[in-house]
Design a protein around this ligand. Structure first.
Ligand code: TXD
Length: 315
């Protein structure tokens, strides 16, 4: 039985997800959007592109939630992106309302799916999705850490002139300016990063990683990044669908791990066909722990604002 992935949101990231999934022949695709024409038009365009290289998958575009029935994976990008000068937090009010609708549709039509949230502000939106849908937290994750780590890795690769595949790194914490790149958990050709780079250059790269999303928004002027976010979402979906059990930085539900309770935030987790199969607890040094706690504080504060906006979030 071919797998089925439903994409809620057929915008920049949604369309790119559909294209990448078809190129990998990972699963049949349902592209869902409130703008039905957008979903149908993109699905047809991508479906025709599969003829060029002979990919064998089905794609449909729709605004009927019944079409997402029994999906194996659902990826949510529905919502508005940032404009230049906006913070991710500024999106909270609008995207919370949208996620509430989306949660209804998924709960009714695909309650057993592995759900990947991408909509911003990420950590709070994935938490709200879990509360609105009531789906098991082990089957819900947020995509941010894979993207932020790819940015950190790319900048290091450019600086050190070493291929990205020879660099292993991680970015933890909330998907915002307080995110925590982890240089002490980074290796280059298997060697500790600290032996390869001056501190001043590393500090600049860490700052550029934290501001990575805003840098692209500045260039694009309209909309935000979509190629790397889509590639990151596909890596997470593939680890679930093929039971690859990859350890990936995802916004996952913490129940005491890292000293955090009842919150979704970026930590390394094992993603297999049961969903989040394990939260990997790294030993953080004093500096990393302080930065991580700062990031947790920022996510908690934003979640408090979300609860003021929608009392239904008060558990
Ligand atoms: O790392 C990350 N998590 C972030 C996520 C990286 C980049 C972008 N990030 C966020 O993803 C961004 O801030 C947005 O909140 C989402 C989606 O970004 P995208 O660039 O794809 O936005 P678009 O192109 O505006 O697409 C959003 C689509 C658009 O077609 C709307 O019609 C649709 O969402 N939309 C809906 N679909 C279904 N249901 C509802 N209610 C709905 N409302 C809007």
């Amino acid at each position: 039985m071919r797998k089925k992935i439903s994409l809620i949101g057929a915008g920049q990231i949604g369309g790119t997800l559909a294209h990448l999934i078809s190129i990998k022949e990972l699963a049949d695709v349902v592209l869902f959007d409130v703008s039905e024409g957008l979903a149908k038009g993109k699905a047809l365009d991508i479906a025709q592109s599969t003829s060029v290289d002979g990919y064998n998958i089905n794609l449909i575009g729709t605004s009927n939630y019944e079409d997402i029935k029994n999906s194996d994976v659902v990826i949510i990008t529905a919502g508005v992106p940032r404009k230049p000068g906006m913070t991710r937090d500024d999106l909270l009010g609008i995207n919370l309302k949208i996620i509430k609708q989306v949660a209804e549709g998924i709960k009714k039509n695909s309650p057993n799916a592995f759900v990947i949230c991408i909509t911003n502000p990420l950590d709070v939106i994935v938490m709200a999705f879990q509360i609105y849908s009531g789906l098991p937290s082990k089957k819900i994750v947020g995509m941010a850490g894979v993207l932020d780590s790819s940015r950190f890795k790319y900048f290091l690769s450019q600086e050190l002139k070493i291929p990205v595949k020879n660099i292993d790194t991680l970015v933890l914490g909330g998907h915002g300016d307080t995110m925590v790149p982890m240089p002490n958990h980074t290796t280059v050709n298997g060697k500790p990063l600290s032996e390869m780079i001056e501190k001043s250059k590393l500090d600049l790269i860490i700052e550029r990683t934290r501001k990575g999303g805003a840098e692209i928004i500045k260039y694009l002027e309209k909309g935000s990044a979509f190629y790397a976010p889509a590639a990151s979402g596909v890596e997470m979906a593939e680890s679930y669908l093929k039971n690859l059990k990859k350890t990936l930085p995802c916004a996952a539900y913490l129940n005491g791990e890292y000293g955090v309770k009842n919150l979704f935030v970026g930590v390394p987790v094992v993603v297999g066909n049961l969903g989040v199969e394990k939260v990997v607890e790294l030993t953080l040094d004093k500096n990393e722990k302080e930065n991580f706690d700062l990031s947790i504080k920022a996510v908690n504060e934003l979640f408090e604002s979300a609860k003021k906006l929608d009392p239904d979030l008060k558990s």
